[in-house]
Each structure stands twice: as structure tokens, then as C-alpha cells.
Ligand binder design. Sequence first.
Ligand code: IMP
Length: 114
Amino acid sequence: MRSYGEGTQSTGVVQITHDLGRSVEDEDVLFVEDIVDTGLTIAHLLDLMRTRRPASVKVCALLHKPARRRIEVPIDYLGFTIEDKFVVGYGLDWGERYREVPYIGVVEHADLAH
Ligand code: IMP
């Protein structure tokens, strides 16, 4: 799923870039998310998943930025709550950059074009 495109602000439009290849009916589903920001991506995913009738759905996220929350979503397993900074590394990218950085870093001046 993606909602960001190139920038540091969620577009609010959640796109499915790769869907499941098989049924999850009666299965226990665990979403492993890098970061929950506005919550829109996970909310959309949970809605979509409920139509596929799994036995249960849980959410695991490495990071949570509650300051920007636009919708309440349950996070069953959480690594760290962080302040309202745009972060990269450890799989998190900024327009596909810095994903491979082996630690989580803050992008300063994330408002500027890159
Ligand atoms: P949400 O829909 O606003 O909760 O955004 C969730 C998605 O936005 C995450 O899975 C990330 O791909 C991306 N995202 C949100 N905040 C950051 C950030 O600080 N750095 C990198 N990606 C982010």
C-alpha cells in the first residue's frame, strides 16, 4: 500500500500496489507496518481486509506518530511512539531515497524540494 508518492505529506489517497495472491478467509492476519502516521493507510487496509472474512486481524507497527493522526486505528503491537518528524532509514523512504540507511534518521527541512 502507498499513500505518499514523492513527498513527506500523505496524499490521503491510498493505493494498493500489490494485493494478496490468495484467500485469507478464516486465517489470522497480522499486518506488519513500518509507521502509522495519519492512520489512513491502516484504516483502509482494515476495511478492505474485513470484506475477506479472516478469523482475526491485528496490526503491528515499528513506529507511531500520534500527532498527525486523522483516524483512530488499533495498533496491537507497537515498537516506538515518535514525535512529528519525517523519518527515514530501516526501510522507510523519502521518495524512494534513504530506505537502505541502517538506522532511523530525521529528515531536516523535509518541507524543501529534493
Ligand atoms: P498513514 O496512512 O498516514 O498512516 O501513513 C502510513 C505510511 O506513510 C507508512 O506506511 C509510510 O510508508 C508512510 N510514512 C508516514 N510517515 C513517514 C515518515 O516519517 N517517513 C517515511 N514514511 C512515512
